[in-house]
Design a protein around this ligand. Structure first.
Ligand SMILES: [Zn+2]
Length: 103
């Protein structure tokens, strides 16, 4: 359908013009909190929140640290892969990657 095609084109143009937001922290994506699921003693899966090790996580003092419950390398890799996929078609992505590698 032509309309759908035009719309898709507009959306991808919009995405290309959108500024690329690079999170300071790929573990929590700057939210400071990571949600994780764990099986309880009663056998069902519950969702918990853990604080991140970065600056954004400091405000969540009462939460358990993410390093105690999950592999943060793995989370960061997954988040980076998703971020890469969402941003790779945007203008200036190569420059952003260059900066990231240099950092
Ligand atoms: Zn973080």
């Amino acid at each position: 359908m032509q309309v759908v095609k035009e719309l898709a084109g507009e959306i991808s143009n919009y995405n290309r013009k959108t500024k690329i937001n690079v999170p300071k922290c790929f573990v929590c994506m700057d939210s400071g909190v990571i949600l994780y699921k764990e099986k309880t003693d009663f056998g069902y899966i519950a969702e918990y929140a853990a604080k991140c090790t970065c600056q954004a996580g400091h405000q969540y003092r009462s939460l358990i640290s993410i390093t105690e419950v999950m592999d943060i390398e793995k989370i960061a890799k997954q988040n980076f892969a998703a971020w890469y996929k969402n941003n790779k078609d945007k203008n200036g992505f190569k420059d952003v990657m260059k900066k990231l590698k240099g950092a």
